[in-house]
Design a protein around this ligand. Structure first.
Ligand code: 6PG
Length: 253
């Protein structure tokens, strides 16, 4: 399902609305809200909104468990850290209990770090199905999502939930969840904003299915809902049939 917003601000507010509503419903029906957050720049504004009223008071933070979909293997205070970005934009402002915040810790051996995070996930999902209530994703200009990069062997991983990987032109290792746990989520939410994403968004949504080249195409909950929240700049190359916007105006939020 694609929701088109006028701009990144409206998209971020729409994402915060969805997050808050899902948190309330998950806690009401299952007693907790297990959310997988993404890194990068796009979700920053959403995280910042969640830390402010009216969203802050609407979310039952004491029942939230927060996990990461991927991480860069850098020191905790390195600005490239996804955990640091979420801590600064959200966690330092809300009463989410620290023992319910589950960052991916990767200092020395990336393969060991991946195994440790998988063990943690399996503790939280003992039935063997990582059923996140909400899994958030971004879209890289090369079609990656999480740290699932084009051509990576991680794309075909069906047994392990977490693996060590690398982005081809980077000097650091990364840790990423693999397609199986990502696709067990009840809801998957992509946030895509900005003109730089227009070409890759069109290839991903309207082009041939080619997940080896466009790993974001691998994401599709087996028993859940897939949302694409996109702004007008990112959606400018999409056909009206894709956005369902023939004759409609983008969401005002
Ligand atoms: C990461 C993210 C990654 C991100 C995309 C889009 O660790 O880099 O998990 O998958 O979502 O690269 O990033 P932007 O939102 O910055 O464009």
């Amino acid at each position: 399902m694609i929701r088109l917003f006028n701009d990144a601000q409206g998209l971020s507010r729409g994402a915060a609305e969805l997050f808050a509503g899902m948190a309330q419903r998950a806690v009401a029906s299952r007693g907790s809200f297990k959310v997988l957050v993404s890194g990068g720049e796009t979700p920053r504004q959403t995280y910042a909104l969640l830390a402010q009223e009216p969203f802050r008071r609407r979310i039952p933070w004491e029942r939230v468990h927060l996990f990461w979909g991927d991480e860069r293997c850098v020191p905790a205070h390195d600005p490239r850290s996804n955990a640091l970005m979420v801590r600064r934009t959200l966690l330092e402002q809300v009463p989410l209990p620290e023992d319910q915040v589950h960052p991916i810790i990767c200092l020395q051996d990336a393969h060991e770090a991946a195994a440790c995070y998988e063990a943690l996930l399996r503790l939280h999902f003992p039935d063997g199905c990582a059923r996140f209530d909400l899994a958030m994703f971004g879209l890289g200009e090369d079609g990656h999502t999480a740290s699932l990069f084009p051509g990576s062997s991680a794309l075909d991983e069906r047994r392990r939930w977490v693996v060590a990987t690398r982005k081809p032109d980077e000097d650091m290792a990364r840790i990423t969840l693999t397609p199986p746990p990502l696709n067990h989520a009840r809801t998957a939410l992509f946030l895509v904003a900005g003109a730089a994403k227009a070409a890759v968004l069109r290839r991903t949504l309207e082009g041939d299915r080619s997940p080896a080249d466009l790993p974001a195409q691998l994401i599709g909950p087996e028993d859940g809902t897939l949302f694409w929240y996109v702004d007008a700049d990112a959606a400018r190359l999409l056909a009206p049939r894709t956005t369902g916007m023939a004759g409609r105006t983008p969401d005002p939020t």
